[in-house]
Design a protein around this ligand. Structure first.
Ligand code: ADP
Ligand code: MG
Length: 449
């Protein structure tokens, strides 16, 4: 098995890796190394938690000569501000013994402070596309010396609608540059971007998109509604020892706030929340308090927690069932990182069963269903969305066919759902080109050999 010593990197870099306790490169790190050094364009697809940050930073730093020039030579894009901070921290650790300057740029903070820092000179810029572009337009940030462009978490980037910003930025970067792109999943959007803008890139794919990490144990519960989910969650996380660092995912900002308020009643300052409507300072503080163990429970929306490397999370709880199975993969990838055992629990209502099936289909794996604990109270309270649609009998302006009534209405919703499922499955099959063998347990066994 290859160690970092075999990779032909400098003594200083080896020492830094040693300090971090890293001995062997992960598969994506091993395979990207020579490709990135060769200067060719590269696309790397690997599951979350497989060490993609070092996969691009190791060879880039290996190649980066000391200079006093002020303009940056390396540009790294990540989708969120939190990731900027995380990648900057990782680079700082990796360059502990060499003289390399790195800085992060992101929105929501004073642009003038960042302008001043840029004028002092930097070798590597890590940033979100929006703020980077603003800094270029303000003429403070010069792009003429950029030799390598890394786009990390490119699938998220495109999901967040950064495509046009990226295209604008491609226009202003030097043509002779190396493009390096990393993603946890390969989507049609990612594929289109590569075909349009990359020069015959080398593709490195470590695992089929959607393969769950082996060291994550996945379980699920069928739960009747939102408030019963809250009861179940309370029941579970009351065990502080077992549930000592819990990341709770929920789809929308509104429901994140609602869940946070409910949990706060029982768990007080053990709980914190992040979503994109919170201020930058609030978000950074929440993450830090969760990291430091001051808060035991973090409620987060998908976008906020994508790609975040939080240490030793005991449980990822999916309060709702993501509509896009890829989101489930990203959520559960927040635990079981770097070989630690991880546990995930998925809550699904009846309406969410088809989403759960799509997840299982993508993973080719059936999530272990646990029996709903009899001690947990079934709530009758319904959220606005869960309430049945009322027929306004007394409204003369609305024509209602009482013959068909609500039963008809419900049936038509049901039918449209079934159709969606079918076409989505075909889409998936097209995308991943995998045989549909849900429930065939031997399929997984066969593939392990
Ligand atoms: P990804 O971007 O693929 O989700 P990260 O780059 O965030 O993954 O790395 C995940 C975790 O694994 C981090 O905590 C990182 O420090 C750790 N890690 C990275 N490379 C190694 C390695 N070669 N050996 C041990 N741990 C590693
Ligand atoms: Mg990453």
């Amino acid at each position: 098995m290859l160690t970092f010593e075999d990779l032909n990197i400098s003594k200083q870099q080896l020492n830094a890796l040693n300090d971090l306790g890293f001995i062997k490169p992960t598969p994506i790190q091993e395979q990207s190394f020579s490709v990135i050094l060769s200067g060719k364009d590269m696309v790397g697809i690997a599951q979350t938690g497989t060490g993609k940050t070092l996969a691009y930073m190791l060879p880039i730093i290996r190649d980066l000569k000391y200079t006093e020039q002020l303009t940056p030579r390396i540009l790294v894009f990540v989708p969120t501000r939190e990731l900027v901070l995380q990648v900057v921290a990782a680079i700082k650790k990796l360059t502990a013994y060499i003289n390399i300057r790195v800085m992060g740029v992101y929105g929501g903070t004073n642009i003038n402070t960042q302008k001043k820092a840029i004028l002092n000179g930097t070798d590597i810029i890590v940033g979100t596309p929006g703020r980077f572009y603003d800094l270029v337009l303000s003429q403070v940030l010069k792009t003429k010396d950029i030799k390598k462009l890394v786009i990390d978490e490119v699938d998220v980037m495109l999901d967040l609608g950064f495509r046009f910003q990226l295209l604008n930025i491609f226009e202003i970067l030097p043509n002779r540059r190396q493009n390096i792109m990393f993603s946890a999943t390969m989507t049609d959007d990612v594929d289109a971007l590569i075909n349009d803008y990359f020069k015959s890139p080398t593709k490195i794919s470590i695992a089929v998109s959607g393969t769950p990490l082996d060291n994550i144990s996945q379980t699920c519960y069928d739960v009747t509604n939102f408030y019963t989910k809250i009861n179940l969650l309370r029941y579970l996380i009351i065990d502080k020892e077992l549930f000592n660092k819990v990341l709770v995912f929920i789809a929308t900002k509104k429901s994140a706030d609602l869940l946070f308020a409910e949990l706060e009643e029982d768990f007080g300052n053990e709980v914190c929340v992040i979503h994109s409507n919170k201020t930058q300072n609030y978000r950074i503080r929440s993450i830090k308090q969760f990291e430091d163990g001051k808060n035991r429970i973090l409620v987060a929306t998908d976008i906020m927690a994508r790609g975040l490397d939080l240490e030793e999370i005991s449980h990822v709880i999916n309060f709702d069932t993501p509509n896009f199975p890829e989101n489930y993969m990203h959520r559960i990838g927040r635990t079981g990182r770097a070989k630690h055992e991880g546990k995930t629990i998925l809550f699904s209502t009846e309406q969410e069963q088809s989403a759960k099936e799509r997840i299982e289909e993508l993973m080719n794996y059936e999530i272990l269903k646990l029996k709903f604990p009899s001690d947990v109270e079934l709530s009758k309270k319904l959220t606005r969305e869960e309430q049945p649609i009322e027929v306004e009998i007394n409204n003369p302006h609305k024509k209602i066919d009482f013959e068909k009534g609500t039963a008809f209405h419900q049936k038509s919703i049901k039918n449209s759902k079934t159709n969606q499922g079918g076409s989505y499955r075909r889409e998936l099959a097209k995308k991943y080109k995998k045989p549909k063998t849900r429930g065939d347990k031997n399929y997984n066994k066969r593939n392990k050999h």
